[in-house]
Write a protein that binds this ligand. Sequence first.
Ligand SMILES: *Cc1c(COP(=O)(O)O)cnc(C)c1O
Length: 367
Amino acid sequence: MVDLQTQYLHIQEDVDAGIREVLASAAFVKGPKVRTFAEHLQTWLGVKHVIPVGNGTDALMIAFMSLGLHRGDEVITPSFTFVATAEAAALLGLKPVLVDVDPRTFNIDVEAIRRAITPRTKALVPVHLFGQCADMQSIMQIATEYGLRVVEDACQAIGAEYRWSDGHTTKAGCMGDLGCTSFFPSKNLGCYGDGGAIFTNDDELAARATQIANHGSMQRYHHDLIGVNSRLDALQAAVLDAKLPHLNDYTAARQAAAAYYDEHLAGNEQLVLPARDPNSTHVFHQYTVQLKHCHRDHVREALAAEGVPTMVYYPVPLHRQPAYQATLPCPVAERLADSVLSLPMHTELDEEQLQHICASLLRAVTH
Ligand SMILES: *Cc1c(COP(=O)(O)O)cnc(C)c1O
């Protein structure tokens, strides 16, 4: 599904140099490398603040804490996502209200958001799933209308660009009150362990998030808030700082692989190819097709027999998970959970591999 070894070999010199620098400085925690990387990412994103934290789940949790949400407050988030989005809210005693998604883009359905709003709703938490921005124009409009906060889960979408109706563009994670990302190794900008970050243009929220991530402390041994311990490791920051200059090329490689899939899988009546939102670029964290009538397990087995790995993201929507009780019906999420299939997607796919994957898939679904 991913090829991190080959990617590393291409950037080995820079990564190793960055790691050696941290080793020589022995500044392993909160060293200059972490600050430098955060500044480079800030510039790259065009956002005022990047707050590095331990992982993407922490980023979400700290974002919710920064907004001062209280026990029982409702946050609306899609049912078709990775569990962390709802988990971070639930751990704080907030109620994740899981709503359905759009069958074409897999992203949160804005009409479902409207239907789910109650007097206890405090925040909207769209997920830019698989690398494409949710309908942020509508989401920000609803947030303004109802006085809600917006936390973006941009863990899969770093670098995706959203185009507003007036033509200007903003990067994923930099549109709501706060945005969250993950640097897990397989993410589009991945380190070699765990890592994450919060983005915001709001000075006060940035100060609160920084303080909460540091045991609620601004001045050592003085704690005005209850916080957590969540920090990006300096060694991971060195890896990320070496990779950031390549992120545009990495995205282009993913988009080229997606274009190849589009072209060579087009027209097959068993497959629904991933739709593009006209207002967002797609950075293809995943290339996910829907299978129409064929048996997914059989297709996966046939592909595996030809050396083609596939994954099902996600086989059980969150509203069907025992830990997250269902309140609202999410028929689209259920249909997707039964029919989606993600193909190999990474920065090192070559034409020979892509050709083999497409040929194997077309054989498997027409069998
Ligand atoms: C990866 C991911 C997370 C969590 O990130 P971690 O760094 O693994 O904690 C949260 N939400 C989404 C949508 C993700 O893909």
